[in-house]
Structure formats: structure tokens, C-alpha cells
Design a protein around this ligand. Structure first.
Ligand code: PRX
Length: 635
């Protein structure tokens, strides 16, 4: 079976086959990739144990599929186009041949520094091509990459390094984002005070801010590359990996305080991202694909890098931010590189929409043929603006629903094939079997219904484990509903069978498309010396989708409240990172608790949403009076 679906009728047929004969279906899709050895068995699974294995005993290397496989036909085509933060700095174009040479070189550099198959490498870098080289070089030699987004604090990095017991860190002196210089190496130095497992730090020069370099531990990327050149740039052989060997760990927030290391494996992840990239974006050879996500998030992993490269695409990597030097930056990039496919987040669309038409003036967007949205529900206004102002009414929009844990896109239109409706992720991709369940775990059949979104059959990109704690994976995703993967999302299915994701039903807030666990933010707030207790909820935010609202009980603080508020924000920035800073902090004398001590978040959510009338039953509260105080002080 060829990889690409070409029309809606074909989608219907392929979807049916994928449900009737899932193993045959995925085996045929997998034939489109390069395997060093084929599988003995397509699928082994037991959701009750959170066990899934795809393509058992097959051997492959994902970088052979992303790079080597394309060299003959696409060797001189750009694999990566890099647009720097500062538009005055020169862009870079890296062909597939060059990418091959770079990844090989960096792979050898890692080996020279003692990195072996199975070792964990933490990558904390700016959005420069070397970040992609580093990630791919890990995959090339069989090391497990754990990329940490450049906005996380030293404490968050330390937690992630310790959890994965990383041996090596790859970073840069600093990075640029808009007008900011981000002191990456300094942050790493702070983190490493707590991380004895790390024996080597490789530092790329980017901002050339002064950094400390510790003898025996720290070395410069450029010096190490020179050593590889002196060796004559030996070819770094693609390590034969078992399909179920771990490819990477990516940390994500959940409903408990500690982020989970989501683990993906080589074979299934490759098949999943390659297949979904080709079909959702209907990628045509030569098209330029611009995914605006950072490689520190799953979207950057799966589509900016792996999915796009697996299909021999030209992928555009942007170091900066959408609003610097001005709010026309994305449009300028589209014009400059004749971008064909733009894949971005609703939060960016809403923010840019707020600048009106001015930033669009003089920008030629006629190269665009397809648009995509990811990370959070897209409201109709943003959808319409994206459609009319950016797509000029001629570009299909794919509203792609998926998660860090799913590896690839699950529910989405196929561009230009599936009829779209604003705000709807529409239909499942072939191989994906979603279902809605009620609070008793019973599947809700038929259309015009809503419930909690589950997936009832494995797909190749499914999470394999949470690093170092398989039981946590089982309880989080596979124990809420028997024999189903639970997504944590609420969802409706309309009369046409179209799915519309309504948002998280657990204690996770989606801020600007990034998942933040309320418990994690509460833990950080509670670290502040004057705080006795706190409760955090999400509330609707015009730009970010959801904002963070914190209710905080202070001890006998003598400090000014405004100062304390700022100190709390600083504490959260230290503990997690600026992305987790509450938008609103309301000081309260108590929290609405039941007699058993459980916080009634429903009430807090309603007040945060501006609702003060219909708070529901408050009679079970230990102290109903506290609700009046909270309502009176609502921000
Ligand atoms: O709530 C859903 C929301 O983002 C969550 C997954 O977040 P993360 O693992 O960080 O991955 C984001 C990028 C894939 C989901 O549980 N979400 C993601 N895409 C959509 C969405 N909500 C509505 N519509 C979407 N298209």
C-alpha cells in the first residue's frame, strides 16, 4: 500500500481496512521505510499492563530513514532552512548531503566523548541547526535524547537530568529570543550542582556571552568538532536499533507534581510520524514546511524534525519569536522562503490577529497552500482569521489533535481531502480508533454525543513507558478505563461523526499550547517562604487559551502584598520557568474544602472564570463562608 491517501473515498477505504485488519494495515505502511531487518511480529499488546510492542525484533536506524535514504535523489535539496532570530544575520540552508555529513560528524564527536548506545543525553540548546544535528546524532549512535525546552529553569532541568540519569549534556553559551539573551550555560551550571551523573558538558558557541568552563567536565563543541576533522571525518555508522529500543524521552506535565518522562521507541515512532506527516500535510516534493514549534516540544520532535525529514521534506527552523522585530515576522519568513505549509499554534494566531492587518502589508503569502494548527482548541474567530487573512480562503486548515504521549497526529483532517469545520479536529487518521466514554467507563455510541476521549486499540506511536516508572504509565493512562488508553481530554462527536476536542478534564492547564500541571505550579508557589497553601486552576485567556489563576493563603507576612505577589512569581520562575508564572494571584484566608479536606476546584474554577452565581452545591463544604470571601476578592 502506498503511503499517501489521495482522496476522501480512499481515506474511507483505508480507514476501514485499518480497523478491520490493523496489523496488516500497519505492516503495509511500514514497508515504505528502510529496515535493516524485518519484524517477526507486527504487534504485541496488553493495555491492562500498559504494554505495547510494534515490529518485534525488527532492526532499523531512524536517521538512515531521515537522511541516508534520500541522498541519491534529494542530496542537493535543502533538508533544513534556518532563519536566525536577528533578520540581519545570514540564514543557513543545509542540504540532505550536508545534513548527512553534520550528523555523522556530531555522532563521532559524541562517541569521542564517551557516549554509547543506550546512554541518555540531555539537550538544552537554542533553535539553531546544531540542535537538530545533536538530536539526530544521538539517534544515529543509539543514544537516547532528552531535549529540554530552553525556557525551563535550572531546577526543572536538574529534575529531568536526575530522573533520566543523563551522562552528557549538550548546550550552548546562550541563545537569542527576540530582544533577550538566554544564558543557557549558566542555567545548566546551576542545574548540574545537583546532578552527579553528568560527566561531560558540550557547549556550542552562539551568543558568546562569558560562561564558566569547568576543567574535565566542560568542552567546546567547536573544539570537539575539530578533533573529528583531524580524524578525517570518519563515517559514523547508523547503529542497528531494535524497533523497541528507546529513541527519546520527552518530559511532560501531568496531574501530579512531578513531570513524566514520556518514552518513544525507534520503529513505531518512525512509522507513525512519517505516515502522519505525509498524509495530514499532503506533502508534495519540493514544498517548504514551516513548523513554528520549538524542538523542545513534541511538535518540534515529530514534525519539524522527524516526520518532515522522513518524507524528504524541506523543513524550516526559526530561532526567534513571532513578534520581533515586529508582528510581521512569520509573514516575512513565509514570503522570504516561499513557504508552502505553515503549521502553528492557536495562541500564536490569536496574538498576531491582535496586531490587525498592518503587519501583513507588503508580504506575499501566495506560496502558502496548506495551514495547520496544533496544541489547543482553536476558536472560531482565530480559525476564520487564519483562513481568510493568511490562507486567503484557498488553503485547507488541518486542526491536528494529538499529544506528547501519542507521538504523532491522531485526529485531523487530511489537507484538501477531509471537509473541514472550524474548531473540529474532524476524523481519526487510519489506524486510530477513538471512542468516547461516560463517567462509568461505558462507551458512548452514536453521533451528537460527548464524553471523555479514549483510544481503544494501539497505534505505533503510542507511549511505551514513563521513564524509570512503568507503573506510573499504567495508572496514568491505562487504569482509568479498562482496556483503553485515556487521553485526559473531553470531546464531542457531532452529527457528522466529527470530533471536537473541548479541553483537559484532569488537573492540567493548557497555557499557550503548553501543558502545565496545576500540582506542579502549586508545589512551586508553596516553596515561597510566606505561603501556607495554594490552589491553582485555569481560566479562559484571550491569547493564551488558558491562563493560570492561583489562590494563595499567606502566613503572617509583614510584607506588602504586591511585593509578595512578585516574589511568588519569581519563585515559580526559579522552580519551573517563566512559562508557569500565574497570570493572577488572589490572596485568600482559606480554600473551599470538603470535610475530608479535598479542595473543591470546581468552585475555584468558576470564580476564576468570572462566574459568581451558579457555583453549585456548597453545602458539603467545611466552611461555606470562605466562598463569599473568595467571590468578593475575585480578580
Ligand atoms: O488537550 C489537548 C491539547 O494539548 C494536549 C496535549 O499537549 P502536549 O502533549 O503538550 O502536545 C501538544 C502538541 C501535540 C491534548 O491533550 N491539544 C493538542 N492538540 C489539540 C488540542 N486540543 C484541541 N485541539 C487540538 N488540535
Amino acid at each position: 500500500m502506498s503511503l499517501r491517501i489521495r482522496n476522501f473515498e480512499e481515506y474511507t477505504q483505508v480507514y476501514k481496512k485499518s480497523v478491520d485488519q490493523p496489523e496488516e494495515f500497519w505492516a503495509e505502511i511500514a514497508e515504505n521505510f528502510k529496515w535493516q531487518k524485518k519484524w517477526d511480529k507486527v504487534l504485541d499488546w496488553d493495555f491492562r499492563k500498559a504494554d505495547t510492542k510494534w515490529f518485534s525484533n525488527a532492526k532499523l536506524n531512524i536517521t538512515e530513514n531521515c537522511i541516508d535514504r534520500h541522498l541519491e535523489k534529494l542530496g542537493d535539496q535543502p533538508a533544513i532552512i534556518w532563519e536566525p532570530n536577528d533578520p540581519e544575520e545570514h540564514y543557513r540552508r543545509i542540504t540532505y548531503k550536508e545534513l548527512h555529513a553534520k550528523v555523522s560528524q556530531v555522532g563521532t564527536m559524541l562517541k569521542n566523548n564517551g557516549v554509547k548506545k543506550g546512554d541518555r543525553v540531555c539537550i538544552y540548546m537554542p533553535m539553531v541547526p546544531e540542535l537538530a544535528f545533536a538530536v539526530l546524532a544521538c539517534a544515529r549512535i543509539g543514544a537516547i535524547h532528552s531535549v529540554v525546552f530552553g525556557g525551563f529553569s535550572a531546577q526543572s532541568i536538574a529534575d529531568r537530568i536526575q530522573d533520566a540519569q543523563c551522562e552528557v549534556v549538550i548546550t550552548a553559551d546562550g541563545g537569542f529570543r527576540g530582544t533577550k539573551d538566554v544564558p543557557l550555560k549558566n542555567v545548566i551550571d546551576d542545574a548540574l550542582v545537583q546532578c552527579p551523573s553528568v560527566g561531560r558538558v558540550i557547549v556550542l558557541t552562539r551568543s558568546r556571552t562569558p560562561v564558566s568552563m569547568i576543567k574535565g567536565r566542560d568542552c567546546w563543541w567547536e573544539d570537539e568538532i575539530k578533533k573529528v576533522e583531524t580524524m578525517g571525518n570518519p563515517e559514523c555508522v547508523a547503529e542497528p536499533m531494535d524497533a523497541e529500543d528507546e529513541l527519546f524521552i520527552l518530559y511532560t506535565s501531568g496531574s501530579t507534581g512531578k513531570p513524566k518522562g514520556v518514552v518513544h521507541t525507534c520503529g513505531g515512532y518512525m512509522v507513525c510520524t512519517g505516515y502522519t506527516f505525509a498524509n495530514v500535510f499532503q506533502y508534495e516534493p519540493g514544498e517548504v514546511f514551516f513548523c513554528t514549534a520549538d524542538i523542545g516540544w513534541i511538535t518540534g520532535h515529530s514534525y519539524l524534525m522527524y516526520g518532515a525529514l522522513l518524507q524528504g521534506a524541506t523543513t524550516l527552523m526559526f530561532e526567534g519569536v513571532p513578534t520581533w522585530p515586529d508582528a510581521g515576522r512569520f509573514w516575512e519568513i513565509v514570503d522570504k522562503y516561499k513557504v508552502n505549509i505553515l503549521y502553528t499554534a492557536p495562541t500564536a494566531i490569536r496574538s498576531l490577529m491582535g496586531f490587525g492587518d498592518e503587519p501583513l502589508k507588503g508580504k506575499d503569502l501566495s506560496s502558502l497552500t496548506k495551514l495547520g494548527s496544533v496544541g489547543e482548541p482553536i476558536n472560531e474567530e482565530a480559525w476564520n482569521w487564519f483562513n481568510e487573512k493568511i490562507g486567503k480562503g484557498k488553503c485547507p486548515i488541518v486542526d491536528t489533535w494529538w499529544q506528547t504521549e501519542t507521538g504523532g497526529i491522531m485526529i485531523s483532517p487530511l489537507a484538501g481531502i477531509t471537509p473541514t469545520k472550524p474548531g473540529h479536529a474532524t476524523l481519526p487518521l487510519p489506524g486510530i480508533q477513538p471512542c468516547l466514554v461516560d463517567e462509568n467507563g461505558l462507551e458512548i455510541e452514536g453521533n451528537g454525543v460527548s464524553g471523555n476521549l479514549c483510544i481503544k486499540f494501539p497505534w505505533p506511536g503510542i507511549i511505551r513507558t514513563t521513564y524509570g516508572d512503568h507503573e506510573r504509565c499504567r495508572t496514568t493512562y491505562f487504569s482509568t478505563y479498562d482496556n483503553k488508553y485515556f487521553t485526559g481530554d473531553g470531546c464531542s462527536r457531532d452529527e457528522d461523526g466529527y470530533y471536537r476536542i473541548t479541553g483537559r478534564v484532569d488537573d492540567v492547564i493548557n497555557v499557550s499550547g503548553h501543558r502545565i500541571g496545576t500540582a506542579e505550579v502549586e508545589n512551586a508557589i508553596n516553596m515561597h517562604a510566606d505561603v501556607i497553601e495554594s490552589a491553582v486552576v485555569g481560566y479562559p485567556h484571550d491569547i493564551k487559551g488558558q491562563g493560570i489563576y492561583a489562590y494563595v493563603i499567606l502566613g503572617s507576612s509583614l510584607h506588602d502584598h504586591d511585593l509578595t505577589r512578585r516574589d511568588i512569581l519569581q519563585t515559580v520562575t526559579r522552580i519551573i520557568g517563566a512559562i508557569a508564572k500565574p497570570d493572577k494571584i488572589q490572596f485568600v484566608s482559606g480554600l473551599p474544602k470538603t470535610r475530608s479536606g479535598k479542595i473543591m476546584r470546581r468552585i475555584l474554577r468558576k470564580v476564576a472564570e468570572g462566574e459568581t452565581e451558579n457555583l453549585g452545591d456548597t453545602t458539603t463544604l467545611l466552611d461555606p463562608a470562605v466562598v463569599d470571601e473568595i467571590k468578593a476578592g475575585a480578580l
